[in-house]
Design a protein around this ligand. Structure first.
Ligand SMILES: [Zn+2]
Length: 272
């Protein structure tokens, strides 16, 4: 599956939200490990895993950013670890399990744990993007749409374009715009419109000692959105670009996008 990230704006936002919630001990552990005692210690490494995936060294990680669920949206959705996680290449669920255990393994040298932290911070963002947990049309990369007058693929639109549009554009400065958006969402999570749902449910099923079950739970939840808001997946013919802006699925997708970013950051609460 080809995944294109232009700015990593979603990843950076998720990391900023997370850094607003993790406990003091988690903050100091990660700041020490990542050698960064500023507020950017998570955001600053959130896109690293995308930057190395196409290098010779990092090629082995290219299958770690997603899990290709072989379901059949919109009639049947679901992620099955044994069916969908590739034995050789791995998947985002197995990668989270592997790097979470490395991150917490005090026998490993610091540089290895730091590297594991960078992978975990990134893959938690990836797993909460529903098209990273769906195989159809290579996770939507093969679905051509029109967004803001541009011909793009659906995966890119969901990864990047919707988020950037929601904040009114990022003008090539993803970090300050992500920080501002993250702070706004943090207020909504703490005392605004998401407060009730976040307190009652966001940590349910999160168990740091069982990363496979925890990560699979997130994958299933994101993948289910492809079924409920994913009628667009029927339109797979590249020759017929659809107008994304006019499709009736626009509204649910916009809200799903920011909801999932909140969920992704919510995961990091599990470290506390
Ligand atoms: Zn990725």
């Amino acid at each position: 599956m080809l995944i294109r990230w232009t700015t990593g704006f979603g990843h950076i936002t998720v990391a900023y939200i997370a850094s607003n919630f993790v406990s003091d001990s988690t903050t100091s552990y990660l700041q020490t490990l990542l050698r960064n005692d500023t507020g950017d210690y998570l955001a600053g490494v959130a896109t690293w895993a995308d930057s190395i995936r196409y290098t010779k060294w990092g090629r082995f990680t290219s299958g770690f950013h997603f899990i290709d669920a072989h379901d059949n949206p919109p009639t049947y959705c679901g992620v099955d670890y044994d069916r969908d996680c590739k034995k050789e290449a791995g998947c985002v669920v197995s990668a989270l399990q592997n790097y979470t255990s490395q991150l917490l393994d005090t026998e490993l040298p610091l540089w290895r744990r730091a590297q594991a932290a960078k992978f975990v911070i990134h893959f938690v963002g990836d797993i909460h993007q529903p098209l990273h947990t769906e195989d159809v049309a290579r996770g939507g990369n093969g679905i051509h749409v029109t967004f803001e007058g541009k011909e793009l693929n659906l995966h890119h639109v969901w990864d990047t374009s919707i988020a950037e549009k929601l904040v009114g554009g990022i003008r090539r400065k993803p970090y300050p715009f992500a920080k501002k958006w993250a702070d706004e969402l943090t207020e909504e999570i703490k005392s605004g419109k998401y407060a009730a749902e976040s307190k009652s449910g966001w940590l349910r099923g999160t168990n740091i000692t069982d990363p496979i079950a925890t990560a699979l739970g997130w994958a299933v939840e994101g993948n289910a959105l492809v079924c409920t808001t994913g009628k667009f997946l029927k339109a797979r013919k590249p020759s017929r670009a659809r107008s994304w802006e006019r499709t009736t699925t626009k509204r649910p997708l916009l809200s799903s996008r920011s909801r999932l970013q909140r969920l992704a950051s919510g995961w990091l609460l599990g470290w506390t």
